[in-house]
Design a protein around this ligand. Sequence first.
Ligand code: ADP
Ligand code: MG
Length: 303
Amino acid sequence: MTQTPLNPGDSPLVREALNSVVSRETPTAQLPTQTDTGQGAWPRPSKCRVIAVANQKGGVGKTTTSVNIAAALSMNGERVLVVDLDPQGNASTALATEHRGDIPDVYQVLVDDLPMADIVKQVPDMPNLYCAPATIDLAGAEIELVSLVAREARLRRALTAYDALDLDYIIIDCPPSLGLLTVNALVAADEVMIPIQCEYYALEGLGQLLRNVDLIKAHLNPTLRLSTIVLTMYDGRTRLASQVADEVRAHFGDTVLNTVIPRSVRLSEAPSYGQSVMTYDPGSSGAMAYMDAAREIAHRALV
Ligand code: ADP
Ligand code: MG
């Protein structure tokens, strides 16, 4: 574990956002067990990787990242479950998974102890991709969880009991808050992936998120680690976007994926067709970027 240095050249915003960060770990790169030649499947992890996609800011690309990384992994031979942990159910929508009020959903898993197997659905036309949907009921869970036993570990417990699908990845799409739903995701996960939007306030609040990750690591889930930062909505025409990207890379080094996700209107259109961009428009810049990002993730094994 190493200290996070603050560079003298950092902008005040970056310093403020990061000065409370006590520790960071850099992922150790591991040689892939199978090289990605464009043919054949990507290496499957030796055990299921549970990745929480978190950032308490809304609109930074959590859902878009969760859905498209999951789709890209599944199209390359990985077996992937997306857990929709946002009451808005945007990931469920994008994966064409029903999430009307009367559909059994993550709420019932967390609050009523329904087995995960009772809510997981296969995503249409995506043989290796599954979704645990969220309905609007989940909005109540934030409050109802408070009085339950082991309230922080309900999702972890449900996922541990669920091994029906021989999964390689579980990707948890978190809501835009640091409440009990996100805490449940961080307790259930091995890895945190943080999407950062390449704009001026991008780093605001990041210190708080990282402090929470450290607290959960210290008290509830010692194996949790910040494994991945993905830069989203990158607009190559603006200097600001490249400045933000440079600052994030200066602090987080190898944790940041080499692939940057560009702004792409196809990414925002795809959900209304109940598709990831990977099938909606595989040749678009957004789809190609998420494919590259997923390839990087698949080849960065945990030690
Ligand atoms: P979050 O889950 O963090 O709230 P979303 O993934 O829902 O963020 O993204 C917020 C909005 O921005 C959505 O309308 C989404 O379609 C759009 N969006 C996300 N990423 C991109 C991108 N790279 N280019 C264009 N639009 C994007
Ligand atoms: Mg979302």
